[in-house]
Design a protein around this ligand. Structure first.
Ligand code: ACO
Length: 431
């Protein structure tokens, strides 16, 4: 916590309370209210955490007004262009870019943990074939704690390290198996001679009957999707992982909680919802109808892939994703893809509309990611599992930071109670 330089004054019923303020290295100052209840007997009220910093962190910084996203200080566009996913994982987890030897060692450790316990295959077979892959992932990732007892003791730094590597390594295997299971194809085992993204594509699309060669441009695009989703400071699923972990629960269970949170359409489920919306719109001439619906207060419809709690400017990830969509579709010879045409025209019309300008609603990372994933051959149900694979590093980096923090306390919000006050129980025959 930074040195206290300023204080905020809060007056309640004529009495003034001084609240220390802390200055971060970047971003707005924070008012420290930790002693407020003890001193003044009041709570603060902030459902949705719109003005609340829930922790100290050194991992990721977002300037929503500028449209800036930094991981350990490095801008996301530089990382997307010059780095690759496993190097970004190292950066997020350990705080600095790795030396060549450190990167080689890290990649080797991840690669050697990609298989899952053979008995876990039976776990998949317990699910219905038409289960959503996210439903399978919530269950299977939680079940890792039943198979890897030697990395569930969070008090042991070595076990924490092994659990982190296992999660990064096994998540693509689990997501690919969830996909294979739902389409009735045999599971493909991971291959240690392939890089992280190529291995994932192979586990999803190879079949034993044919030789599968990974297209390096698709592999690069896949890696970039992983990189762009790697971390996003205290978003809903990361905060879920932190809250679950604050009780001392094991990391596999906590990451399963993060996956459950990510599934919702306001968060990681938006990429599936966005592609489905673009397909429903179908042709550019129908766009005005959907824009009018998004603006209508009596219609719950929202433009999926538009708007963000923090970004009040372009989501920097959306710019890279749009460029990637153009590259991938050109490579696949489908640059006239109708969904991409609808997306580009929808973006153009929405950005020119005063409603979206006034509310500072811009395309977010999910606006173009679904188009790329669909062109690669993924069904919409796999979009959010792919997001979960990518975000695992963010969840575990934030978890690792939290567990090592000497100030760690169980997360326990308070409430503004509006229910009944004390009353006597009424016997059933008198009701
Ligand atoms: N379409 C139309 N109007 C919108 C949209 C949208 N996509 N997003 C926000 N608005 C409007 C709201 O109606 C509200 O209007 P009002 O002030 O007149 O009531 C205003 O903009 C502010 O919206 P909130 O819901 O209060 O903003 P919040 O920060 O809570 O929500 C969210 C952010 C959930 C991302 C929202 O913009 C949304 O639902 N977007 C669509 C879903 C989506 O793309 N989610 C992905 C997020 S990124 C990610 O998780 C990777």
């Amino acid at each position: 916590m930074s040195e206290v330089k300023r204080v905020a004054k809060l007056e309640i019923d004529g009495k003034t309370y001084e609240l220390p303020m802390h200055s971060p290295t970047a971003g707005p100052d924070v008012i420290d209210i930790r002693k407020l209840y003890a001193d003044a007997g009041v709570f603060t009220y902030d459902p949705g955490y719109t003005s609340t910093a829930s922790c100290d962190s050194t991992i990721t910084f977002i300037d929503g007004d500028k449209g800036e996203l930094l991981h350990r200080g490095y801008p996301i566009d530089q990382l997307a262009e010059k780095s690759h996913y496993l190097e970004v994982c190292y950066l997020l987890l350990y705080g600095e870019l790795p030396s060549p030897a450190q990167l080689e060692d890290f990649e080797s450790r991840v690669t050697n943990h990609t298989m899952i316990h053979e008995q876990m295959h039976f776990l998949f077979r317990g699910f219905r074939r038409d289960a959503h892959p996210m439903a399978i992932m919530v269950g299977v990732v939680g079940a890792l704690s039943a198979f890897y007892h030697d990395s569930t003791d969070i008090a042991d730094p070595w076990q924490r390290e092994v659990a982190s590597i296992r999660l990064i390594a096994k998540m693509p295997t689990i997501a690919a198996m969830a996909f294979k299971y739902t389409i009735g194809q045999p599971f493909e085992y991971p291959r240690n001679d392939l890089d992280y993204a190529s291995n994932f594509l192979r586990m999803c699309f190879a079949v034993p009957a044919e030789n599968y060669v990974v297209n390096p441009i698709l592999s690069r695009a896949m890696d970039r999707i992983f990189t762009l989703h790697a971390d996003h400071e205290q978003n809903a699923s990361t905060s879920t992982v932190r809250l679950a972990s604050s009780s001392g629960a094991n990391p596999f269970a906590c990451v399963a909680a993060g996956i459950a949170c990510l599934w919702g359409p306001a968060h990681g489920g938006a990429n599936q919802a966005c592609l489905e919306m673009l397909q429903e719109i179908g042709t550019p001439d129908r766009i005005p109808e959907y824009i009018a619906r998004a603006k209508d207060k009596d219609d719950p419809f929202r433009l999926m892939g538009f708007g963000h709690r923090v970004y009040k400017n372009f989501d920097p990830r959306a710019k890279v994703m749009k460029q990637s969509a153009d590259e991938v579709l050109e490579l696949l010879g489908v640059e006239n893809n109708p969904t991409l045409q609808v997306a580009k025209e929808l973006e153009r019309q929405a950005l020119a509309d005063p409603y979206f300008a006034e509310k500072k609603l811009f395309p977010n990372v999910d606006f173009y990611s679904g188009i790329i994933l669909e062109a690669m051959g993924f069904p919409t149900s796999m979009f959010t599992p792919i997001f979960a694979v990518s975000r695992t590093i963010g969840w575990i980096s934030q978890w690792k930071e939290m567990i090592a923090d000497p100030q760690l306390k169980i997360g326990r919000p308070r409430q503004l109670y509006k229910g009944a006050t004390l009353r006597d129980y009424v016997d059933i025959e008198k009701r």
